[in-house]
Design a protein around this ligand. Structure first.
Ligand code: SF4
Length: 332
């Protein structure tokens, strides 16, 4: 479990084109050592009820390592009592790739941080420039190498649908990120939120967001590539929240975006398996928890399989041992 503590835009040297963390996180209260501790304690209270362990507290929504060292220390030390008591396993944070070096990584490690998420967004320099990021892809490569050297778990966050990006350049981004061997990635289709530079571009007709269908396709492609490379994809799409939904102007928003992506991948796998199957009727093993994704939203996958004349060939078998997000074929 991750306890999120948002420090909206703290440390950010400027506003990136697409960003409005106050709206995305819905976090408006000032972040002090006391509020950090109160937030962790409140979440831990809920966690006890659900019996979870392996909890991390995470500082998200800003550029943590661009903060003055005293502020970094203040926030990290606020969480220390929970680390010392064993209620938290470790800490986690997100930051810009161009604000990381070996000394910074060692400082984080010494203060209980185990995981760093780099907001890479893209590995295409022209796309990064258009997004006003202020760093290039090489910065992400260097930061990932530093984190690996320090023994910190490393995540990479990517945006899908940035101005100037394309399917071909996304493919190259995926390839370059795979060579960095991060421990996990997060994939976020780009949304247009109020009071962002992107909102202005969109209002001027200079930015067209992806449709939900296109965003699902691209995210599914990326998820599959990362998973084939043994890299976990821990999130696809932003988490639903009142503040986000009320701030959303345009873009591929869907409250069950992650499920749409999983559905798409399960359909793709199913079609591949059926194409390879030698027998007419096939048994497909699906984890019971994937049943809904397998069927798709409003049974869209089943309808598609029917249209293709494939549904009548399938016998679904519920198997709790089956890996989530995958179907396996057994000849009938
Ligand atoms: S994308 Fe990251 S670095 Fe850019 S403004 Fe948002 S929080 Fe700051």
């Amino acid at each position: 479990m991750i306890i999120p503590i948002f420090i909206p835009h703290e440390g950010c040297p400027h506003r990136c084109l697409f960003c409005n963390q106050h709206r995305i996180s819905g976090w408006s209260k000032p972040v002090t050592p006391e509020t950090v501790q109160a937030e962790i304690a409140a979440w831990l209270g809920r966690r006890c009820a659900s019996g979870r362990s392996e909890t991390q507290a995470a500082f998200y929504g800003g550029s943590f390592t661009a903060l003055p060292r005293a502020r970094q220390k203040e926030l990290l030390l606020a969480a220390r009592p929970f680390l010392e008591s064993g209620q938290l396993r470790s800490l986690r944070l997100s930051t810009r790739p161009d604000c990381m070096d070996a000394e910074q990584a060692d400082f984080l490690k010494a203060h209980g941080v185990a995981t760093v998420e780099l907001g890479a967004q893209s590995m295409n320099d022209a796309v990064l420039t258009a997004a006003g990021r202020g760093h290039d892809a090489a910065a992400t490569e260097q930061a990932a190498a530093v984190l690996r050297q320090a023994g910190l778990e490393t995540g990479i966050q990517l945006l899908i649908g940035l101005p100037g990006d394309s399917r071909a350049s996304l493919r190259r981004t995926v390839g370059r990120v795979i060579t960095l061997r991060p421990d996990f990635v997060r994939l976020y289709p780009l949304l247009v939120v109020k009071n962002s530079g992107l909102a202005d571009l969109h209002a001027q007709g200079r930015y067209t967001p992806l449709s939900v269908a296109k965003a699902v396709l691209l995210t599914a492609f990326m998820k599959e590539r990362f998973e084939q490379a043994g890299i976990r994809v821990i999130r696809t799409g932003l988490q639903a929240g009142e503040e986000l939904e009320s701030s959303l102007l345009a873009g591929p928003w869907h409250p069950a975006f992650g499920e749409l992506v999983s559905s798409r991948l399960l359909l793709r796998q199913t079609r591949r398996l059926l194409a390879q199957a030698k027998s007419e009727t096939v048994r497909l093993r699906v984890n019971p928890r994937d049943q809904s994704a397998f069927r798709g939203l409003k049974s869209a996958n089943i309808d598609r399989l029917r249209q293709l004349g494939l549904w009548r060939r399938i016998i679904l078998v519920n198997d709790p041992e089956q890996k989530r997000g995958n179907v396996r074929l057994l000849q009938a």
